[in-house]
Ligand binder design. Structure first.
Ligand SMILES: [Zn+2]
Length: 337
């Protein structure tokens, strides 16, 4: 009898990649303006290149989408634009608090912009949105890039803490270098007050989750669903109160989970692990956060109450200051404006 209204809930999004949240129409526009390409193409024409289609079922397929469209980004203005649009899209989805993550190392390699230019362009994009969610940023260390890229990233994040960069992450292709490579820069990041989340337990098994928590001091894990393969890792997550940033459709799109109805989100909740629901790369997956709530509710059997509780857990685990946390909590509890 319960009419589904979970997509209307006020939302907290902790795991959304800026580079994976670019609108297809913007990709087309930037290819035309910056590269003189795709002049006669429509948005529909480029969708199979920039969004997951039925045949794409691996991390490599997923990363290939980035490889196709990232060359359309050339300037600081482009970074400002995609950041502004990503935040406007969050506002339209009813998101009241978002942490957008991006990799200055990756964008610098792509565009030739300096680290400072990349970060300042993103911050400018956030400032351009008048009314929208509270926004904080996470700087990503691309895992294959090595320890020096790790140091560059954490120092950059530290330099912009007062401007809204509040955490660091390790992401990208996790098959090349081990997470242990980043023990020292992440210890420095934590000592300087930055939050630490790490992509683990996705393409890699439960041991990657253990390393992220025990060696890198992560208080949150990006994905982490494969922690379920090792009961001792589940116990570790519960004991330390580590929150998993679960991204259901993304897990299907990268081949971690075969079908959405096999997704273990409800199992994690039953095991007492703190979780929240996220989109990961909404542009590439062609999804919204409200749509993910609908999946969690209708297909995975989570109640509206459980989803509200996830958002409350998410804001507790957010890399936010106390004032931001209190404001969001009051909205989630329905006593705010
Ligand atoms: Zn991710």
């Amino acid at each position: 009898m319960e009419a589904s209204s979970v997509d209307k809930l006020p939302k907290v999004e902790l795991h959304r990649h800026l580079e994976g949240a670019v609108r297809p129409a913007t990709i087309l526009d930037l290819f035309r303006k910056n590269c003189g390409m795709l002049l006669n193409a429509s948005v529909e024409d480029i969708l199979p290149e920039v969004q997951i289609v039925e045949a794409d079922r691996s991390l490599a397929d997923f990363l290939a989408k980035f490889e196709f469209f990232m060359p359309c980004l050339r300037s600081a203005e482009d970074i400002t634009r995609i950041t502004r649009e990503a935040i406007e899209d969050c506002a339209a989805e009813g998101i009241v608090y978002v942490e957008l993550r991006f990799s200055p190392v990756f964008i610098k390699g792509l565009t030739g912009l300096s680290y400072v230019d990349v970060v300042e362009a993103a911050l400018k994009g956030a400032q351009a949105v008048d009314s929208g969610p509270i926004v904080n940023f996470i700087v990503i260390i691309p895992q294959p890039a090595g320890e020096k890229a790790g140091w560059d990233s954490v120092r950059l994040a530290r330099d912009y803490m007062s401007d809204g960069i509040t955490g660091v992450d390790i992401a990208d292709d996790t098959r090349v270098l081990g997470l242990e490579e980043y023990v020292r820069p992440l210890a420095w990041a934590r000592a300087n007050g930055l939050g630490v989340t790490v992509h683990a337990g996705e393409s890699e098994g439960p041991e990657s989750v253990r390393i992220a928590v025990e060696r890198l001091g992560a208080t949150r894990i990006g994905h982490g669903v494969r922690a379920l393969e090792d009961q001792s890792v589940i116990a570790l997550l519960s004991e330390k109160g580590v929150l998993l940033e679960v991204c259901p459709t993304s897990n299907v799109h990268t081949g971690v989970i075969a079908h959405i109805d096999e997704h273990p989100l409800a199992e994690l909740v039953r095991r007492g692990v703190a979780v929240c629901i996220n989109t990961d790369d909404p542009g590439i997956s062609g999804i919204t956060l409200g749509g993910e709530y609908e999946l969690a509710h209708r297909i995975l059997g989570l109640s509206e109450c459980e989803i509200v509780k996830m958002n409350l857990d998410a804001i507790e685990a957010a890399f936010a200051d106390e004032r931001q946390r209190a404001g969001v909590r009051s909205v989630l509890e329905g006593i705010g404006s």
